[in-house]
Design a protein around this ligand. Structure first.
Ligand SMILES: Cc1cc2nc3c(=O)[nH]c(=O)nc-3n(C[C@H](O)[C@H](O)[C@H](O)COP(=O)(O)OP(=O)(O)OC[C@H]3O[C@@H](n4cnc5c(N)ncnc54)[C@H](O)[C@@H]3O)c2cc1C
Length: 415
């Protein structure tokens, strides 16, 4: 019997989702595909999540590499770094690289991630204005922190806070400017956000809320932020951290169905069956993701599909955020700020712990935990499974160990 030649599989993007996918595929279908991974960045896959820890000097840059992955070793894996893909011809099945080379494929996976959004304001393109997405940004921020002068970070979400705290740790004078009335307003209620603000201020960051930046002034480079109320802040370096946008231009230009992301089904197939998308560039059931956990889940589902598991499906979990924000654990899930819900709150200012649970009809519908998140997954499951907490409602805020009368008690389950 003549063995079938391996299918040529082209992966565009060499980020976190791509690395995980290649690793899973190598384990699940060894030798079945001839994989070429093409990445725009000059080096191979690295752990983008750890860029914040690298900025803060908590880990060495060597610890960023994702080289534990199986894709490095097998003979039928090839990585081309520093090679942005410029266009796709899906009819002829080849990709054109920026340097003009063409790569033929039988099947293609888009894992192009996202790009940091630049503010549409005057001065946003001046030298001295950076974003926080990749190793080049990390290098620029480190250099800025070494120079004397003031750094401003625009944006009070996760990335803005991490950038501000990391720069402050490196010795920079940092002001964090946010247009909303609280930090991380999409994940935190007002009280929890005020706890986080205090924690960030303790790290030496000057936090200014309700401040809208309308321009970045400067002749040759950024010199000042200009605010909507006419105020100004003299700066030497600016980091813009106001969100990300999925990289979908290649897919759109190639004629694939694109909404916010590349539209894929639960098996991660795009509008042509030999095209797939995973990670932050993919849109499943109307949702794009901005966190690594769903990106890894996409990668695993696609690898299982391509290994022959025809029933492997990606099922979106209810939105939940479980992060360390510059060292402070933060968890947020469900309708934590619903106006018509009952709320149970607990706070210990000296420990920097704040908890808020929201309930409707004796069912937990939302939770926000700041400073102490050991019980986060238990709360998440109670929300997801819409469990009646009537039997242990009074102790709910203290976590599962105090709720051992309830049907959702890990103590009882373990017994
Ligand atoms: C500083 C920072 C901290 C973060 N912290 C957390 C956290 O605590 N928790 C969490 O869950 N998530 C965090 N994230 C988000 C997380 O890193 C992303 O969700 C994850 O990296 C998404 O993986 P991806 O493969 O989809 O995209 P990426 O990792 O961005 O990879 C996409 C790759 O594709 C390349 N590419 C794009 N276009 C092309 C092209 N045309 N040709 C070739 N290559 C191309 C890009 O250069 C990039 O290398 C953080 C992100 C940053 C920047």
């Amino acid at each position: 019997m003549i063995a079938r030649p391996p299918e040529r599989l082209l992966v565009i993007g060499a980020g976190m989702a791509a690395a995980r996918f290649a690793d899973e595929l190598a384990r699940r279908a060894p030798g079945r595909y001839d994989v070429t991974m093409v990445g725009a960045e000059p080096r191979g896959p690295y752990n983008r999540v750890l860029l914040s820890a690298a900025l803060a000097g908590e880990i060495d840059d060597d610890a960023l590499a994702l080289d534990d992955a199986g894709w490095r070793s097998p003979a039928n894996f090839r990585l081309l770094s520093g090679c942005p893909v410029a266009s796709l011809d899906l009819a002829q099945r080849f990709a054109r690289l920026g340097d003009g080379r063409a790569l033929a494929f039988d099947r293609i996976v888009l894992a192009t991630g996202s790009t940091a959004v630049r503010l549409p304001i005057p001065g946003a393109g001046l030298p001295g204005v950076a974003t926080f997405r990749d190793l080049a940004d990390l290098a620029a921020m480190r250099e800025a922190a070494r120079a004397p002068g003031r750094v401003a970070v625009i944006g009070g979400g996760l990335l803005g806070i991490e950038a501000a705290a990391g720069l402050a740790k490196l010795g920079a004078k940092v002001t964090l400017v946010h247009r909303m009335d609280r930090l991380m307003e999409r994940q935190l209620d007002a009280r929890s956000a005020s706890f986080l603000k205090r924690a960030v201020e303790r790290r030496g960051v000057d936090v200014r809320l309700d401040v809208e930046t309308v321009a970045i002034a400067g002749e040759m480079r950024a010199e000042a932020l200009v605010f909507a109320d006419g105020g100004r802040l003299a700066v030497d370096f600016v980091v813009v951290a106001v969100g990300v946008r999925p990289n979908v231009e290649l897919a759109r230009a190639a004629g694939l169905a694109v909404d916010r992301g590349v539209v894929v089904d639960q098996g991660m197939a795009a509008s042509l069956p030999f095209v797939h998308a995973i990670g932050e560039c993919a849109e499943t059931a109307g949702q794009v993701c901005g966190l690594v956990e769903p990106a890894y889940a996409h990668a695993a589902v696609l690898a299982r599909r391509l290994a022959g598991e025809v029933d492997a499906r990606y099922l979106a979990t209810p939105p939940a955020t479980h992060l360390k924000v510059s060292g402070v654990p933060v968890f947020s899930a469900g309708a934590f700020d619903a106006a018509d819900a009952e709320a149970i709150t607990y706070e210990d200012r000296s420990l920097g712990v704040s908890k808020r649970l929201t309930l409707r009809d004796d069912r937990l519908i939302g939770a926000v935990l700041v400073g102490e998140t050991d019980d986060a997954l238990w709360y998440r499951d109670l929300i997801r499974d819409s469990v009646s907490v009537a039997a242990f409602r009074d102790d709910l805020i203290f976590g599962p160990l105090f709720c051992n009368r309830g049907e959702y008690s890990p103590v009882k389950e373990a017994a």
